[in-house]
Design a protein around this ligand. Sequence first.
Ligand SMILES: [Zn+2]
Length: 44
Amino acid sequence: MTHDDVAALLGAYALDSTSEEEREEIEAHLATCPPCRAEAAAYS
Ligand SMILES: [Zn+2]
């Protein structure tokens, strides 16, 4: 999953409405991408 893919799914991720597979990919990306972590934190 690319950064843009993850960024597009962060809203759904914050609402826990992604699939389990998507969530795992998002979390793997968040571990390596501070901007996405900040964005995810802003949603919650
Ligand atoms: Zn990212």
